[in-house]
Design a protein around this ligand. Structure first.
Ligand code: DON
Length: 452
């Protein structure tokens, strides 16, 4: 059987193909000569599967899509404070190449407009490096996001440099405010090389998937930048990635995104997927016309909007029942799904409302697939309070989702593989056949448990 996804993508391309509205980027002669007929899309999953249709392997220059990645490298290389001191995170509502800075400080408003991107480029790598070393760092960094070595299209670079007056004006203005502290010409040169890196739609989808995958390239497994950097970059993409159409994009599509004037467009949906499209004709904001239409369709067809409200956390308590009777009774809270703060709150409330009369209480994680840090701490606090209230607490955790179940402060949990072990342990204790800890008949392990 064929996968349904490539067929869906082919159909989506066929639907937008007749739209020839928009213009090629005229201000860079090499881009004005691009083939406007090229059309491609790739979905990259977080375990490295690629689904594509159309021109997925045609090379074109990355242009502004390099901006979020260069910003990520600057944050990773220099740290947050020095970068935030020089580049803001406020949407500008202006065109990408607006000659404007924050009044007073002279800071660029955000790293997605050219003023911020020039500054971000200047902050990549170590402070001591020369412009050539910095360009190398940026190309290697972009390559790590893509999972293959990328290179520069020298013709596009040269073509843009001949007409880079606007970026030079912005760079000189940044220099006058000491936001740039070096030769503005060298920064524009490096930034233009960064924009001239050749990529394919497949590369861009993988780069987006790396952002969606907490900074880990799904194929190479390399942690390219840290999770905190990724959160920052995705936030700025969500608010500023589409320039003066960022609000429309946020409401219609709702995927952190970035566009480029050669017609590329990426979207990174955290925890789900990286998407990239190519179609060279641009709208008045400098965003790919057919790319925007495709993203609108993907978002609506597949519910990819980040603000789409997930199913209610109520379902985390699958059942609340008692197994066995009399002194052998075990109260079981069977939990399920992914547990975060709201889910953990439901569990706390369920345990509180139940006020279990049984001595033995089991928190059953068998059907839980993930539990985040705050939920883990809340669950252990529930266990601690139950112990203090004279309960014997079992954590049924066959997958070791709580690897270090130490409730602290008078709390105690016994970790078991399944409910049967908990029941056997309770029965053995109440009939006076309690096995010695560590003996072959010992049912379960008391904390602390060894890390898996
Ligand atoms: O700075 C420039 O003009 C280009 N090299 C990059 C601009 C760009 O891709 C804007 N995006 N839509």
């Amino acid at each position: 059987m064929r996968s349904v996804i490539p067929d869906y993508l082919t159909e989506a391309l066929a639907e937008v193909a007749p739209d020839v509205s928009g213009q090629l980027a005229g201000y860079i002669p090499e881009l004005a000569a691009a083939d406007p007929g090229r059309l491609g899309v790739v979905f990259a999953t977080l375990d490295g599967k690629i689904y594509g249709a159309g021109d997925v392997d045609a090379e074109f220059t990355i242009q502004s899509i390099s901006k979020p990645f260069a910003y990520a490298l600057a944050l990773a290389d220099r740290g947050f404070d020095p970068v935030l001191a020089k580049i803001g995170v406020e949407p500008s509502g202006e065109a990408f190449n607006e000659i404007s800075l924050e009044s007073g400080s002279g800071r660029p408003l955000n790293p997605m407009i050219n003023a911020g991107a020039l500054t971000a480029h200047s902050l990549a790598g170590s402070r001591e490096w020369d412009p050539a070393g910095r360009v190398e760092r940026v190309i290697d960094g972009l390559s790590a996001f893509a999972g293959r070595q990328l290179s520069i299209d020298e013709r596009v670079y040269a073509s843009e440099m001949e007409h880079a007056h606007r970026n030079l004006a912005i760079a000189h203005m940044l220099r006058s405010y000491d936001v740039l502290t070096e030769d503005p010409q060298a920064v524009v040169d490096g930034y233009t090389r960064q924009c001239s890196v050749l990529v394919t739609v497949r590369d861009l989808a993988m780069m987006a998937a790396t952002l969606a995958n907490r900074g880990v390239n799904p194929v190479s497994g390399e942690q390219v930048v840290g999770e905190r950097v990724v959160r920052q970059v995705l936030s700025v993409m969500a608010t500023c990635g589409m320039y003066d159409s960022a609000g429309d994009w946020a409401t219609q599509v709702g995927i952190p995104a970035k566009s480029g004037v050669s017609g590329g467009l990426i979207g990174a949906l955290p925890g789900q997927i990286g998407i990239a499209t190519l179609s060279a004709r641009l709208d008045a904001h400098g965003n790919s016309v057919r790319g925007v239409t495709l993203f609108e369709r993907f978002s609506s067809d597949m519910g990819l909007h980040v603000m789409e409200v997930p199913p209610s956390a109520r379902a985390v308590v699958r059942s609340n029942h008692v197994v066995g009777g009399g002194p052998h009774a075990v109260r079981v809270f069977q939990l399920q799904g992914g547990i975060r703060f709201a889910g953990a709150e439901r569990i706390v409330r369920e345990v509180l409302d139940t006020a279990p009369p049984e001595v033995a209480v089991a928190l059953d994680l068998t059907m839980v697939y993930s539990i985040d840090d705050v939920a883990r701490r809340m669950l252990l606090e529930v266990a601690r309070r139950l112990t203090v209230d004279h309960h014997e607490v079992f954590l049924i955790d066959p997958e070791a989702l709580v690897p270090d179940p130490e409730p602290g402060d008078g709390g105690r949990v016994t970790v078991v593989e399944d409910l049967e072990q908990a029941v056997r342990s309770v029965t053995a204790r109440s009939t006076g056949h309690e096995p010695a800890p560590g003996s072959p008949g010992d049912e379960g392990r008391e904390v602390p448990r060894e890390q898996p």
